[in-house]
Design a protein around this ligand. Structure first.
Ligand SMILES: [Zn+2]
Ligand SMILES: [Zn+2]
Length: 369
């Protein structure tokens, strides 16, 4: 089996959100789809890889195992490429060959990774911040030392006679099933520990501060190594911090670009001129060209968010909103009437002829973005 990185194949960052992974998968699957690349073995190979990567990265548990241990963490060993679950494969294998040592000794894999959410403000995500994370993890019960038993003793499971598997013979074949009484352990606890009710674990509340990097976005995950639950052998899983970013009243963020709607008074839209607008880094003056249209976009390069990985800045997109006076005094109304008449006499600039142009512009703008 060829070795390749699942994140690289989908062209996403290791911190990518579930949504970003889904989008990337759709894009890649479309690109390499066999219908579009008939007879192209290279594309076919890529299509398989993209599917394999998505199988793993779209599953929270598989993804965290992959993050920690690579492909070895997926339990498939070197045969890796299966499309279904890797665990299922070994189950099928066991049931065909009647269990054997491998099955009876197999214990459910400990998942020691923990997830926590942190809520931050819009600008905190853009410029980075320090935040306190509060979360809960498991460790072995201190009373029973993780055994779940008062005396620390376990006894052989009466349902499976200590094998952990129940066997059924059908014709030539013997099928095995994990014992539902001991869940495959082969032994049960007789006198349950009072502190943990036989679970063998206790919960610990923890809090500490983490640095949230500049440019982080809603749904991104930060991995803090060694802050997860404590396993039987004393090893610790990881903590995954999922970042939730609040919306802003003024700005809208899309990836590393910032959108803002700016009111432009109709006389200024006609004449052109300078206006002051808010940006994420403070106020700034921009030039409005004469004849600017409603909903027109003015792009200010490099005034967006610094990308969390590359540091490259996105753009700021200013959308013009042409505003009109709610009320006019007599003098203003007369001035406007005079202006209107002066255009009506000047051929080629008749306002009535241009009514439909405005309508079409608006309809077109519905399809932008
Ligand atoms: Zn206990
Ligand atoms: Zn049993």
């Amino acid at each position: 089996m060829e070795d390749f990185d699942y994140y690289e194949i989908l062209e996403v960052a290791k911190t990518a959100s579930a949504d970003e992974i889904k989008k990337a998968y759709r894009k890649m699957a479309m690109k390499y789809h066999p219908d579009k690349n008939q007879g192209d073995t290279e594309a076919e190979n890529m299509f398989k890889k993209v599917n394999e990567a998505y199988q793993v990265l779209s599953d929270e548990a598989k993804r965290s195992n992959y993050d920690r241990y690579g492909k070895a963490g997926l339990g498939g060993g070197s045969q890796g490429a299966g499309f279904g679950g890797f665990e299922d494969f070994s189950d099928i294998f066991d049931s065909f060959f009647g269990g054997g040592q491998r099955a009876s000794r197999r214990e459910p894999r400990e998942n020691l990774d923990v997830a926590a959410e942190v809520h931050i403000e819009f600008l905190e995500a853009i410029f980075g911040c320090k935040k306190e994370i509060k979360y809960r993890y498991d460790k072995q019960c201190t009373v029973c030392d993780g055994t779940g038993s008062k005396t620390g003793k376990r006894e052989s499971c009466p349902a499976c006679h200590g094998k952990g598997q129940i066997y059924q013979k059908q014709g030539f074949m013997t099928f095995s099933q994990t014992c539902h009484v001991c869940r495959g352990a082969g032994s049960i606890i007789k006198d349950k520990c009072q502190k943990c009710s036989g679970i063998g674990k206790e919960q610990v509340d923890e809090k500490f501060s983490i640095d949230i990097p500049e440019g982080i976005d809603d749904g991104n995950r930060l991995r803090v190594a060694g802050k997860g639950s404590v396993g039987k052998s004393g090893n610790r899983g990881d903590l995954y911090v999922i970042v939730r970013v609040k919306e802003d009243r003024v700005f809208v963020r899309h990836d590393d670009d910032i959108y803002v709607e700016v009111p432009v008074f109709f006389t200024l839209a006609a004449l052109g001129g300078k206006i002051t607008i808010p940006t994420i880094r403070g106020e700034r003056e921009i030039e409005i060209k004469s004849g600017v249209k409603d909903k027109e976009h003015i792009v200010i390069k490099n005034e967006g968010v610094s990308n969390v990985h590359s540091g490259a800045r996105g753009n700021m997109i200013v959308q013009v909103k042409i505003t009109y006076p709610k009320k006019m005094n007599q003098e203003q109304e007369e001035l406007l009437k005079k202006l209107h008449e002066s255009f009506s006499h000047n051929h080629g600039n008749e306002p009535h002829h241009n009514v439909f142009e405005g309508v079409f512009e608006k309809v077109k703008s519905w399809f932008k973005n």
